[in-house]
Write a new protein. Structure first.
Length: 149
């Protein structure tokens, strides 16, 4: 017999916040917050406490989805902009249309997106350089766009 009872994720507490907050420093925005976790064993992540067991736990409590084969965002034109802590970075793809961007292994759930907006994460310059260098190695032309005030 199948039960109609809905299984809910455990309640979010201080310990969960301590695990989730470091993840937020890896979030870029392109229409929605996107945590760019490319290699869960890379020191750029592990030095900040983000590793596979932590990611698996964040998935269990309903803040992220984790996919071993990774996620891709499709249907980009020649150019797009992604924002890292409010600062725009322009990407130029090799083709005029039908481009895609590797997003890594993690996406935020709706609950995770809501929490990411109130998370007290700070910009990580080393991570910014890691991502932009990775994109450049993939043949993308990356340029930082300075906001003028």
């Amino acid at each position: 017999m199948v039960s109609d009872k809905k299984i809910e994720a455990p309640a979010f507490d201080e310990n969960d916040a301590a695990l989730f907050s470091p993840l937020c420093q890896f979030v870029w925005v392109q229409g929605e917050p996107l945590p760019l976790i490319y290699d869960v064993q890379h020191p750029i992540y592990t030095r900040q406490g983000i590793n596979l067991p932590v990611l698996e736990y964040l998935q269990v409590i309903g803040l992220i989805t984790l996919e071993a084969t990774g996620y891709v965002k499709r249907k980009f034109g020649k150019h797009t902009r992604l924002f890292y802590f409010g600062r725009p970075t322009k990407i130029q793809f090799p083709k005029e249309a039908h481009n895609q961007l590797d997003l890594g292994h993690v996406l935020l759930t709706d609950k995770g997106k809501a929490l990411a907006t109130v998370c007290n994460a700070t910009r990580n310059q080393e991570f910014y350089e890691y991502v932009t260098e990775r994109w450049a190695r993939q043949g993308l032309v990356v340029s930082s766009i300075l906001k003028r005030y």
